[in-house]
Each structure stands twice: as C-alpha cells, then as structure tokens.
Design a protein around this ligand. Structure first.
Ligand code: NIG
Ligand code: FE
Length: 439
C-alpha cells in the first residue's frame, strides 16, 4: 500500500524553481501552498486547503507545519572536492598576506599538499571526513552534491577516494554524485610514494596524461563508481589538448565530461567543454561572451563558483551578463580546502551581491540548474513526480536566504519526504550502520 510519507502545509511561499532563469518568474512562486509526498515522491503541489483535503496531514508519517515559512527545493551543489584529508587553514592566512593560489601550487602547497595528506589517509578516514562535510551540507539545505576525486593523482588513491564517495552515498541521506578527476594537477615527484617517474625528475604533464588515460581510467571504469570525468584545464595545470585527451578517453569509458575552465587564466577550456559536449563548464572567471555563447549553443551548463573568487580575492565571473545572454547558469560551492564553505546559501548571497543575480535567479541556479549540471533534470524542482527533497526555511521568503548572509535559515530538510534535519528528524540515521562496504 502506498505510504503518505509527508504533508508540508501552510507555506506562506513555495518556490518551485520550475521557471527558466530568463522567465518572468524563475522561482515559480506560489503562496499559501502545500506539498504532499507519497512513497518519497511529490504527489501533489497546490493551495493548502486543496492538498490537505485530499492528503490529510494527520494521516501522514510526517506532518510538517510550515505556517508562516517559505519552502524551497533542496540545493543541488554541482561542484565540490569534499573528499580529502588534511588542513590548509594556514594557506588562507598566507593568501591574506598576498601569496597567490598559483604560487602556493607551484611551491608544492595547495592541491599538492592535500594530495600528500589524502594519500596518507585510509579509506575510513576519508569516509569519516566526507560524512562530516555532508552533515554540514545537509544542515545548510543541500540534498544532492557532486564530489570529485583528484587528490590522489595515482590509481590507488583515486580509487580509494571514489570508494569513500560511494560509501558516503550509501551511508548518508544526501545523494552523492561521483566524479573522477585524476587530471586535477600534474603530480610532483616528491609527492610520489614510489619512484614511478624516476628520482627527482620533474613529472612531465604529457606523461602524466598518458598515465591517466592508460592506467587510471581503465581502473576507474572497472571500479564502476564514477559518472563524470573532470579536468583542470588552466594555467599551471593541463592544456586544452591534454584535457581533450583525458575527456575523450573518459567518454569512451562512459564518463560524461566536465571542465574546470577559465579559472586562473583564459586557456580555452570553455570552448573545449562545448566541443566535447560536457555537462558543465565550471568557474569561467575569465570566460568571454563568445565562450558563453558557445556553451549555450552546445547546451553545456555554465557553473559559477563565487566562493572561490571570494577566497582568492579575484574578480567574479559575470553571472548577470551570462543570464542576460540566455545561459542556464548554475551556482555551486566548489567546497575544497582552498574554498572552505559547504554553504549554498553563502554561494547564493555572493551570486546576488557580486554577480548581480536576483535572489530568485540564485535559487534556480543552485537547485534546478545545479541538477542540470549533473544531468539530473528530475532534481532541484518542486513538481509532481519529483523526489521530495524540500527545505523549510525559518523565514517567510526565499529572498531571506541571500539576504541573511552568514546566517543559516534552514529549519527542516526533507530528503525523499523524510526529515533529515529539524524537529521532526528522529535521528534514524545510524552512522555506524553499514549499508555499503566495510568501515
Ligand atoms: O575548483 N581549481 C582546481 N581545483 C579546485 C581547487 C582545489 C584545491 O585547491 O584543493 C577548484 O578551485
Ligand atoms: Fe573545483
């Protein structure tokens, strides 16, 4: 028999996020609204009196009274590097004193430092760290998150990271989408546990790309976890030709391309994303109008990561111009040791204040369009048939999310119609329970 999982009712505002960014009502706003959830799926969306007549809240497993509050879809954070070990808070201080991200990377810090810590960490440690980050994310309203590998830069550690991502997905209510990113940086010889490249010899980027293509990707395909293949196409990382090789080889093994493009400098990653039909091109701080037009033409989602520009003290991507040019812009956190915020609300506030998006646009960019960047059009919207991933705010409208910058306005989070944050949450999630591999 079907289960009436939840009825959320009395919402003063429901943002369904069903409109295009370029429409008059991107957030798809309704007032005095209710949502009925049957077997974890949204069965009805409408005025409270109509929905509750058909689906009485007292008959539901979870009666969620949202009187005076706003309800939005759970955030879909389409770009993170949330699986890692170690701490780089001292680099935050160094950056404040003027050291650049490129300087840190070139001197063996940055990504390389996290690579050393991640290689030294067990699968259990990686899993525990990731679960803690997922706890913070869901508390801030995220119900689906993409997590990349890329702090191993060797086959064994890349697979261990993806395994931790897969186990975290089993263990945690937040859905975790796995991306392989062996081409995150060219490893340094000193970072190698063995002498694979010869003592002290600098690692040649083309040789490393050979390794990604001929060793890492076959192993990743065999492991069968990753869905996407991402590459850091940028100054100090991989060229367009090297990136293309990795993405084409990944696509042959069933992994959909994604590109870190035009972050530190303009290097052609956006055009490459259009050429290979990537799901998204991310960062785009230095993207041109022509790049954005190519992305729109090729149906690639431009994913903006304002937290990164904030932390780097860099100029922001021109989100306003992209939206005005018709682009289905997504906004994500880029949570990583260099951009240590798991909060989509903070990313939304920056998208409004620094990139010129309206609160309604920022909402759609962080929900529906985040889902678009992950090829999951069923997520990030409140409509019949969609999974019931809903956030009740301790506020009367979605505007209060970016308006209350630095403050968490999340009152209750429902994942598939079940409370996983908030007063209704029974704490049924058992961190020690094992539904995946061994811990
Ligand atoms: O998206 N740019 C490359 N990768 C990450 C940073 C990772 C790190 O610094 O650890 C990013 O910003
Ligand atoms: Fe990134």
């Amino acid at each position: 028999m079907a289960e009436l999982t939840a009825v959320v009712h009395g919402a003063i505002e429901l943002a369904t996020a069903t409109g295009d960014l370029q429409s008059d009502d991107p957030a798809g706003l309704r007032s005095d609204a209710a949502v009925a959830v049957v077997d974890g799926e949204i069965a009805a969306v409408g005025p409270t009196d109509e929905v509750t007549r058909e689906y009485p809240p007292e008959n539901a497993v979870h009666d969620v009274d949202a009187t005076g509050r706003a309800v939005i879809p759970g955030y879909v954070d389409s770009h993170t590097h949330a699986c890692f070990a170690g701490d780089r808070s001292d680099e935050f201080e160094a950056k404040l004193r003027g050291t650049t991200y490129g300087e840190l990377l070139a001197s063996g810090g940055g990504i390389h430092r996290t690579v050393r810590a991640t290689r030294a960490a067990s699968g259990e440690e990686l899993l525990d760290n990731l679960l803690e980050h997922l706890d913070v994310m869901v508390a801030h309203g995220t119900t689906t998150v993409e997590v990349k590998s890329g702090y191993g830069l060797d086959t064994e550690t890349e697979l261990r990271m993806l395994d931790a991502v897969d186990r975290a997905d089993d263990r945690h209510p937040v859905d975790v989408v796995p991306t392989f990113m062996g081409a995150h940086a060219v490893p340094r010889p000193a970072d190698r546990p063995d002498d694979e490249y010869g003592e002290g010899d600098p690692v040649d980027a083309d040789d490393y790309v050979d390794r990604v293509v001929s060793e890492q990707l076959p192993a990743v395909e065999k492991q069968g976890i990753a869905e996407f293949c991402d590459v850091f196409c940028d100054e100090g990382a991989f060229t367009v030709d090297q990136s293309r090789r990795v993405l084409e080889a990944g696509a042959e093994r069933g992994l959909t391309p994604k590109v870190h493009a035009e972050e530190l400098a303009h290097r052609g990653g956006a055009k490459l994303a259009a050429e290979v039909g990537a799901a998204s091109a991310d960062h785009l701080l230095h993207a041109t109008d022509e790049d954005v037009a190519a992305l729109v033409e090729a149906d690639v989602t431009p994913a903006l990561l304002p937290g990164t520009a904030f932390g780097l003290g860099a100029d922001y991507a021109d989100g306003r111009a992209m939206v005005d040019s018709g682009a289905p812009v997504a906004v994500a956190t880029d949570f990583n040791p260099n951009c240590h915020s798991q909060s989509m609300a903070f990313a939304s506030a920056l998208a409004c204040v620094e990139m010129g998006l309206t609160p309604a646009e920022a909402l759609v960019a962080g929900t529906r369009n985040g889902a678009r960047a992950l090829d999951r059009p069923d997520l990030g919207v409140v409509r019949e048939g969609a999974p019931a991933d809903l956030v009740v705010l301790d506020a009367p409208s979605h505007v209060h999310v970016p308006y209350s910058y630095g403050i968490n306005r999340v009152a209750t989070v429902l994942k598939d119609g079940r409370p996983v944050v908030g007063p209704e949450w029974t704490g049924e999630r058992d961190r020690d329970a094992d539904s995946g591999g061994e811990r």
